[in-house]
Ligand binder design. Structure first.
Ligand code: FE
Length: 208
């Protein structure tokens, strides 16, 4: 039996070879320079990272007004925080947030390709682009979430959001119990990238 998200063992090498060929062609044609790709990757690995999403979620947990604005106008809410320039720029257009609540669990996928709110969550994880994950998460989200270990009550509604160039969704997970009085920095440390995609819950506090 194959694993849920299996793919050819040489897939990463194949992808890398395709990227190298494409990059070489673009340099040869004068479209980009030798440093362009490294600069873009560096930007999305150092400034546009899940740390931004963690801060957004932590603020939503402590500030109901911010959470309400985030749900209705995510770019306006994000603009209120002290985050790096460019949150609304490349791959951050049309940000939209969906908030988990008791009885409602949200899951974000891109059925078409890999649309993702890069400024909020960083570069999309490898599995997010996996055709098997994308297809199964659309068809049988409950089964996929159960396999991934997300606890779902039978009466919890699962809402699947299909990201695109017109809406880049991210999830605000529920605030874990036992975090009353925590600072935003403490809370942010519980917010994983997976929880902001909806394939996990926020971490629970370690016992003291
Ligand atoms: Fe896409």
């Amino acid at each position: 039996m194959s694993t849920p998200f299996s793919y050819p063992s040489d897939r990463e090498e194949q992808s890398a070879a395709q990227v190298r060929a494409l990059e070489a062609l673009l340099i040869e044609k004068g479209v980009i320079t030798h440093t362009t790709v490294d600069k873009v990757l560096g930007y999305f690995e150092s400034e546009m990272t899940p740390l931004n999403g963690q801060k957004i979620v932590a603020r939503a947990w402590v500030d109901p007004d911010f959470a309400a604005l985030l749900a209705t106008d995510a770019p306006a809410a994000v603009a209120q925080l002290d985050l790096p320039d460019g949150m609304a720029g490349a791959e951050g257009e049309h940000l939209a947030a969906v908030l988990n609540e008791p009885g409602v669990h949200n899951l974000v996928i891109c059925t078409l390709c890999s649309c993702f709110p890069w400024p909020v969550l960083g570069l999309p994880p490898y599995w997010y682009k996996d055709p098997v994950f994308r297809a199964r998460a659309a068809r049988e989200p409950r089964a996929v979430l159960t396999e991934l270990g997300v606890p779902l009550d039978d009466d919890t509604e699962v809402r699947v959001w299909d990201s695109s160039g017109h809406s880049r969704w991210f999830v605000v997970p529920e605030r874990p119990a036992g975090t009353e009085g925590w600072t935003e920095d403490q809370l942010a440390a519980l917010v994983t990238t997976e929880s902001m995609i909806g394939v996990a819950l926020a971490d629970v506090p370690a016992p003291v």
